[in-house]
Design a protein around this ligand. Sequence first.
Ligand code: URA
Length: 244
Amino acid sequence: MSKTPMARLDRLLANLGYGSRREIADLVRHRQVVLDGEVLKDPGAKVPVTADLPQRMTVVDRPVDPPAPLTLVMHKPLDVVCSHKEPGRSVYELLPRRWRARMPGLSTIGRLDKDTTGLLLITDDGAFLHRVISPRSHVAKRYRATLDRPLEGWEAETFAGGRLVLDGDTDPLAPAILEPIGPQEAYLTITEGRYHQVRRMFAAVGNHVVALHRDRIGGLALPEDLAPGAWRPVTASEQAAILA
Ligand code: URA
């Protein structure tokens, strides 16, 4: 049986963004940290760091935040950016403010443009992030594109051929699957994550994307219960489905 990972209480809560070790010592002194129904009295106490910690520990009467490793699924809304550096409201601002101080920090797994909606993964698990974005993993990402002009019928063959070179690129794209769902609407499934890839692919065949929504990564579909802007931790089976 594997041993339960343990951490010092003050270090764990500091890494979850609850404040400095001194501020956490104050919380403990004010009897604000409870584990399994018992008030913790020592900020240096060793506590279990397991996924069920939020069901076992409270901080100021609220379940403690989930410890690392943490992966979230979000329904990215329009008009938010995926990078801390870009101007504008970011997806990180949709999460609790305290989470900006988490260590390790949270990053999006790949990016969606400001005007793309849909399934976005956010994680503090670097190894998982790299497995999902590595071209060697061939994780499929499916987008629903609404187009400015009707499809002509030959585009699927061009995308599937593995010979299309986008403007500004030197390497051809990996084969991609186009499935029309209406004259000006189609699913496009790609396994790479190049800059503005889907918009540039349609531009390369003389069309223009007017709306773009990602609805699937690997075997994980955007959960129907997530409204735009909503998010939650992935379940273990959802996390496995991403790489399945
Ligand atoms: N391709 C794009 O062009 N934009 C996205 O947001 C994602 C994929």
